[in-house]
Every structure is written in C-alpha cells, then in structure tokens.
Design a protein around this ligand. Structure first.
Ligand SMILES: NC(=O)c1ccc[n+]([C@@H]2O[C@H](COP(=O)([O-])OP(=O)(O)OC[C@H]3O[C@@H](n4cnc5c(N)ncnc54)[C@H](OP(=O)(O)O)[C@@H]3O)[C@@H](O)[C@H]2O)c1
Length: 289
C-alpha cells in the first residue's frame, strides 16, 4: 500500500469537472483552501447552468464555466468525472470521437464503475485513475483510495493523490480491493452516524440531553481514532488499557460482546462489499439499478 505524498506535479495543469454537484464542489473547495490549484486552472460544466453560475459566483469566484462537456475537455488536462454513476459511461461514450487525446488524464469518482468500463468507451491508451472518496471530503477529513487503469502512469496516481489529499487522506490500492474499500470507508460514515445516533438515544434514556450525548459520542470517537492512529498501538492493547478489573468499561464491553458487535461489524462490511460487487455486475451488464 503506497501513501502518496509527492510534491506538486500540478503546476500549469488545467483541471475540469464534468458535473459540479456535492462531491465536485467539496473537492474544489479543498483545492482552493490548500492552494494546490489557482481558480484560473479550474473549469466546470454542469447541466444545471443557472445553478452552476450562481454557485460559482458565490463560492468559487474566478473558475471558468464551460458551455459543454466537450469544451471542458478541450480546455483541460485533468478531467474529473463527477456525475452519478448511472450516466457516466453513456456521457463518456458520447465524447469518444471528439476530443480525447494523449494529454488527458481522466479521474473518476463514480462509485462502482471500473477503469476497464471507462477504458472501453474512450479511445485506446486513455489514462484513467479510479477513486473511491467518501462524504467526509466536505469537512477535509475524507478518505480516498485510488487505482490506476491499464494506461495510467505512476505520475497520474501521484497527481490524483495530491488532489485528494487536499480534502483528507489518500491511499493507492489495487482495483480488486475497491469493493472492500467501498464497504469500509465509502459506506463507513453512515455506520458511524448510526452509532452516534444510538449513543444519543442511550444517553437520553438515562436523562442526558440527546444532543449532549451525541456530542460526547462523536468526540470520543475522534479521540479514540486519534489514539489509535498516533500511538500505533494495536486496538486490543488500547482497549485493555482502559478496562480496569471489575470496572464500568468491561461491564459495557460485556454487553457489546453479548450483542455480537465484532461479528456484526464484520457482517456489515461483508454485506456492503457483496452489494458493491452486485452493483458492479449490474453496471457491467448495462442494467438499471
Ligand atoms: N456523495 C458522496 O458521498 C459520494 C461519495 C463517493 C463517491 N461519489 C460519487 O461521486 C459522483 C458524484 O456524486 P455527487 O454526490 O456529487 O452527485 P451530485 O451532487 O448529483 O452531482 C452530480 C452533478 O452532475 C450533474 N449532471 C448530470 N448530468 C450531467 C451531464 N451530462 N453533464 C454534466 N453534469 C451533469 C447533475 O445534475 P442533475 O442533478 O440535474 O442530474 C449534478 O449537478 C457519483 O458518481 C458518486 O458515485 C459520491
């Protein structure tokens, strides 16, 4: 597993977003905030032109708005495919004859669409990097995993990681692992929200204001995650270190173990993985999901 931290290869590159919705806007905010791209280097296109103009005027002053996806590709070196997965391949297939050249790098953020599927609708030798980000890119704590297609260069993966590191962490893994990644970090925020919600109910059941209980749970989560990441200790060792004999924490853990927490988490990840595989298969067969 390679962590991508190489310094900037983005100087002078022009980046275009096909689709400028939730994910594209959050990425763009990260690029601005971390100053890895100037506004002038960025172009966007979205079918909702009036909303796009308003969003750009209010939040992304100085970036270019393209009149079409075709124009956007013409004026960009790196193209981020940021539309919903069910329209991405059709959209790219429509561009085929036009403007894609060896200078272009396509970076897909579309869940469940393989590099092979994208390669099949674009000219041979097109460089493609597939990414799996999560929604926490919105607050700069995203988790993104990248995989290169057949013709992607090491430089392409470095550039992609450089971009996504502006909104969190970015790792490179083989594409065969992306369904597992989807099941852990892609879908993970929803599992965590459910846990915080449940802690709110538990605290509220015992008389604590629900929002206070939720806040305690959320900060406990951040703190425990930081302890794990920063100490490098095994999670079991960290757990043992806060379980005194006969104490409250072991009493709580006993309830978790009786409820099958570990098996449940493993089952959760496996179920999400299996569903991601199913969706990939449906997309391969061109079925509606
Ligand atoms: N949201 C997440 O947490 C998350 C996490 C990981 C990966 N992703 C991936 O990120 C991608 C984008 O997701 P999102 O949540 O950002 O979706 P989104 O907010 O719906 O943004 C997509 C934008 O693309 C526009 N669009 C539709 N057809 C277009 C076309 N032909 N040309 C240009 N723009 C077009 C959409 O307009 P309309 O609304 O009018 O269709 C919308 O404004 C998806 O492929 C998703 O799998 C999302």
């Amino acid at each position: 597993m390679a962590k991508c931290t190489e310094a900037d290869a983005l100087n002078g590159k022009r980046l275009g977003f096909i689709g400028f919705g939730f994910m594209a806007q959050n990425l763009c905010r990260g690029f601005f905030y971390k100053k890895i791209l100037e506004a002038d280097q960025i172009t966007c296109y979205d079918v909702n032109q009036s909303i796009l103009q308003q969003v750009v005027a209010e939040k992304f002053e100085g970036i270019h708005i393209s009149a079409s996806n075709l124009d956007l590709i013409n004026s960009s070196d790196i193209i981020v495919i940021a539309v919903k997965p069910n329209i991405a391949l059709r959209l790219l297939a429509g561009l085929k004859e036009a403007v894609v050249t060896s200078r272009h790098l396509f970076v897909s953020i579309c869940a469940g669409i393989s590099t092979r599927q994208i390669e099949d609708v674009l000219p041979t030798n097109t460089r493609i990097v597939r990414t799996m980000p999560n929604s926490s890119v919105a607050v700069g704590y995203g988790v993104t995993v990248t995989s290169g297609g057949r013709w992607a260069l090491p430089e392409d993966l470095r550039i992609t990681c450089r971009l996504f590191e502006s909104v969190g962490i970015c790792l490179e893994l083989p594409e065969k692992d992306l369904n597992t990644v989807t099941a852990i970090s892609g879908s993970g925020p929803a599992y965590v929200y459910t846990g915080i919600d449940a802690a709110g109910d538990g605290g509220s059941m015992l008389g604590l204001p629900r929002d206070v209980a939720q806040k305690l749970a959320a900060h406990t989560l951040i703190g425990a995650a930081k302890m794990f990441l920063e100490t490098g200790q095994h999670p079991s060792a960290l757990k043992d270190s806060v379980c005194s004999p006969g104490g409250t924490t072991l009493a709580g853990l006993f309830a978790l173990e009786k409820g099958g927490m570990r098996a449940l988490i493993m089952e959760t990840i496996k179920s999400a993985h299996d569903r991601a595989k199913e969706l990939e298969e449906l997309a391969r067969r061109g079925s509606n999901i």
